[in-house]
Design a protein around this ligand. Structure first.
Ligand code: ATP
Length: 470
């Protein structure tokens, strides 16, 4: 699955175990699995969808709903091909590719260099080519390699019944352009004051040369992006602010701070539209890799669309006293988050192996904010109607408090239920026993991480659980 060495901060073979857990438990399945799969595509099962939605909902709440300066949109995936010419993607959205001359498998030249301990970030494709040839670097299968060349990563398609040059479209490689082409629409509808942002969550597609590392590098991905528009003189201050907001979000979904790294991207490695970029990298089980990015896109995109479409999408700033500065093309800062990479980081960071009650166990220490199931409710014994009835009553009460995040679990014995819920990261299990029913002594709340149990009323239970969601 990966050629990169294992990260010693994780239990041995974490990726293998995590991929198997994800499949077994219904988080993530291989795309088109019964037909042998389709490289770079993955399907989310019920628990994966729940985890993904929890991450996306927290993001939408933090960056859109809780703010007065942010506008949410949902643009079409297919766009007029002129968008991608103007944005520079037709000409420049490419990765360095090198082919194994024997097997004809294609590899990312920069990744092959990284595997040799070389930092390719400041290298041009011809420098990579010279290095590979000079050192006689071989393909992962041990064969000679061809020339390094640039490969455009956009997935091309054709729209309508006729296939000719006018019907060409692309599955968007980033959600950002849907925002730029709607900039004028949002301004005309809402008259926002600068600075303000437009946010979007949606699918993007990249014809990656070598998809790998489970859902880390895929061909069909999901992004959560913001284009934040500012006056040019204010970009640095806002950039810093948005960087801190990104880091707050990562803490909110439970990622450990010590596994996150701030990387100032060198000029040669920046995207064609960026003047300054900071990536946040994460210690994945297969090494330290990009999790998300922050780019200062300047007025590059809005100007490009203004010129190409011949539509004046400049902004009129009524609040500006200086008449010279009233009309402008705002500059843009882009915080971008890959949903799949966040989800993988959250799962990997949460993966734990320990001994509880002298028995080995595997569990996911997921934050209650993102765990697919927040509470599992069980009767101590499933063949005692009075326990089942009370358990159903508590279950219904909790469902109202936490819609979609509570399950009723009466399979197997109670020990097995705990293990099963631990393995999918459910932070709280609630058990109804004879004392609950006969002595009205409350329910038992069991904590996933410690196995500790406490008796409490249902009101206290809701207060305790809700505390963990703040
Ligand atoms: P990389 O260098 O890893 O290819 P990138 O710098 O091309 O990533 P961006 O263009 O900045 O990535 O995309 C924004 C975010 O989208 C990334 O930070 C990442 O979270 C996500 N992303 C990009 N490409 C992929 C992919 N092929 N699979 C999964 N997520 C991706």
């Amino acid at each position: 699955m990966t050629n990169t060495p294992e990260n010693p901060m994780y239990p041995e073979n974490t990726m293998e175990k995590l991929i198997s857990l994800c499949k077994r438990k219904g988080f993530i399945y291989q795309g088109s699995e019964i037909y042998g799969g389709l490289a770079g595509t993955w399907d989310y099962g019920p628990l994966g969808v729940a985890l993904k939605q929890n991450i996306q909902n927290l993001w939408w709440k933090k960056f859109v709903l809780d703010r007065e300066d942010m506008y949410g949109i949902d643009a079409a995936i297919l766009m007029n091909q002129e968008v991608w010419k103007a944005s520079g993607h037709v000409g420049g959205f490419s990765d360095p590719l090198v082919e194994d001359l024997k097997t004809h498998k294609r590899h990312r030249a920069d990744h092959l260099l990284e595997e040799q301990g070389i930092d390719p970030r400041e290298m041009t494709p011809s420098q990579m080519d010279a290095y590979i040839k000079g050192k006689g670097i071989k393909s992962p299968d041990g064969n000679p390699l061809g020339d390094v060349r640039q490969f455009n990563m956009m997935l091309k398609t054709s729209v309508g019944a006729n296939e000719d040059s006018s019907s060409i479209s692309y599955l968007r490689p980033e959600t950002a352009q849907g925002i730029f082409v709607n900039f004028k629409n949002v301004v005309d509808s809402f008259h926002p004051k600068l600075p303000f942002g437009i946010a979007q969550i949606g699918k993007a597609f990249r014809n990656e040369i070598a998809p790998r590392d489970f859902i880390f590098r895929v061909r069909e991905l999901e992004q959560m992006e913001i284009e934040y528009f500012v006056r040019p003189e204010n970009w640095e201050e806002r950039f810093e602010y948005l960087y801190n907001e990104q880091q707050d979000f990562l803490a909110e979904i439970g990622l450990r701070k010590e596994r996150l790294h701030k990387i100032i991207v060198p000029a040669a490695d920046r995207a064609h539209y960026s003047k300054h970029s900071i990536d946040t990298e994460f210690d994945f089980p297969f090494g330290q890799k990009e999790l998300l990015g922050l780019a200062y896109r300047t007025d590059f995109d809005l100007n490009a669309h203004k010129d190409a479409s011949k539509v004046d999408i400049s902004y009129f700033d009524e609040s500006e006293a200086d008449p010279e500065k009233k009309r402008l093309v705002p500059h843009c800062i882009e915080p971008t988050f890959g949903v799949g990479r966040l989800l993988l980081a959250v799962l990997a960071d949460a993966y734990r192996e320990d001994n509880l009650g002298d028995e080995p166990r595997v569990y996911l220490q997921l934050s209650p904010r993102v765990a697919p199931i927040l509470v599992a409710v069980s009767p101590l014994l499933k063949n005692k109607p009075q326990l089942v009835e009370k358990a159903r009553e508590v279950y219904m009460t909790l469902r109202k408090a936490y819609p979609g995040r509570v399950v009723f679990d009466d399979n197997g014995n109670i020990g097995k239920r705990y293990r099963r819920q631990d393995e999918i990261g459910t932070p709280f299990c609630v058990v109804i026993d004879f004392d609950t029913v006969e002595q009205n002594s409350g329910v038992t709340l069991r904590y996933r991480d410690t196995g500790e149990q406490k008796r409490m009323s249902v009101e206290e239970l809701i207060a305790t659980i809700s505390c963990h969601l703040e």
